[in-house]
Write a protein that binds this ligand. Structure first.
Ligand code: ASP
Length: 341
């Protein structure tokens, strides 16, 4: 029997597996088998690689929680058979999916590494090969017969990040992702430098999959001059179960009474509201300025230094847990998968 780690490579779609339709010039997904044919180097890696693919690979702009469930099913049904998982995903919504999966897989003690690319695998200047090969190599890293990485990560352009700390920051550069509030876990140069002190240490409790996400979440981005009528109309939508409020700087927003009163009413009706910053880096600190004191008093939850992607995913995940308002607030403000500091 082989003692090499076994890695399951899951193709969901995205540029990494796309080719040009020479008639229309547009990129379209191709048969996953061809992906491996394009990278014979994969056979040189010191691990056994099996592949699986979404029946119809998708552009990640079409990603949704049903596909997240499909991904969780693929991982959980194969969980015991593999030492690690690599998920190929379009870069556009990769941070949303990877953040959601980090919450959906509890007590994960194996690597789930998301990667993709800015250029298709067949392109002359592609970034796909390095991303794919190194992502697999990292998923296969073992120390004393245990996986080195035991969390959901995102590998792109020589850096391995904690997935729920990332955002897509460039539609142009190969360095498409950043993790402004948490350093990379591994940097890839001539050698792979593993920053062990930064790795997530999972609990020893048994692996659990949560698939009952509640998706009725409103993401409300504040901007100077946002009309009262629009805000009130949005906050009055009955279907809303949770709100992620994108505010300025360290969690500040207008002090106008109509706004604070409307938020109070929403929160009293049992809809949790989380405050996240529009800034790329840094943290919400409610109470620091007069412009956030009202939010704190109204019972708004602090998202601290969470990304918007992880904030939405965590909201969907916790809404599925049927927690009372007080517990919801305290669990939301607690790091569950290393998503906040
Ligand atoms: N539109 C593509 C996607 O997200 C872009 C990419 O793969 O990088 O699926």
């Amino acid at each position: 029997m082989s003692t090499k780690p076994s890695i399951l490579l899951i193709y969901t779609g995205g540029t990494i597996g796309m080719i040009k339709d020479y008639e229309t010039g547009a990129l379209k997904a191709f048969d996953f088998d061809q992906l491996l044919q394009n990278i014979p180097e994969l056979r040189l890696l010191d691990c056994d690689i099996s592949t699986s693919s979404f029946e119809t690979p998708i552009d990640s702009s079409n990603m949704n929680p049903e596909y997240w469930n499909e991904l969780c099913d693929l991982i959980s049904t194969n969980f015991d058979a593999y030492q690690g998982f690599v998920v190929l995903h379009g870069s556009d919504t990769m941070s949303y999916t990877a953040s959601a999966i980090s919450f959906m897989l509890e007590n994960l003690n194996k690597p789930v590494i998301f990667t993709g690319s800015q250029l298709p695998i067949g392109d002359l200047r592609t970034d796909a090969k390095e991303n794919l090969i190194t992502a697999i190599q990292i998923a296969a890293l073992q120390k004393r017969n245990k996986p080195v990485i035991q969390e959901v990560c995102l590998y792109f352009e020589y850096k391995l990040y904690r997935a729920n700390r990332t955002s897509k920051v460039s539609a142009e550069h190969f360095e498409a992702f950043d993790s402004p509030n948490y350093p990379p876990l591994i940097t890839s140069g001539v050698h792979l430098s593993v920053h062990e002190e930064l790795l997530f240490k999972p609990s020893r409790k048994s692996f659990k999959v949560h698939q009952n996400l509640v998706t009725d979440v409103l993401l409300l981005k504040m901007y100077p001059g946002i009309p009262k009528s629009l805000v009130l109309a949005m906050l009055a939508i009955k279907e809303i179960k949770g709100i992620v409020l994108e505010t300025y700087g360290s969690g500040n927003t207008t002090t106008e009474m109509w706004f604070l009163e409307a938020l109070k009413t929403v929160i009293k009706s049992g809809v949790p509201v989380v405050n996240v910053t529009q800034c790329i880096a840094g943290s919400v600190q409610m109470g620091n300025y007069e412009t956030s004191v009202g939010l704190k008093k109204a019972g708004v939850i602090s998202g601290r230094d969470i990304t918007v992607e992880a904030a939405v995913a965590k909201m969907m995940y916790l809404l599925g847990q049927n927690l009372g308002p007080k517990v919801f607030k305290s669990v939301y403000e607690t790091p569950l998968r290393g998503e906040l500091t």
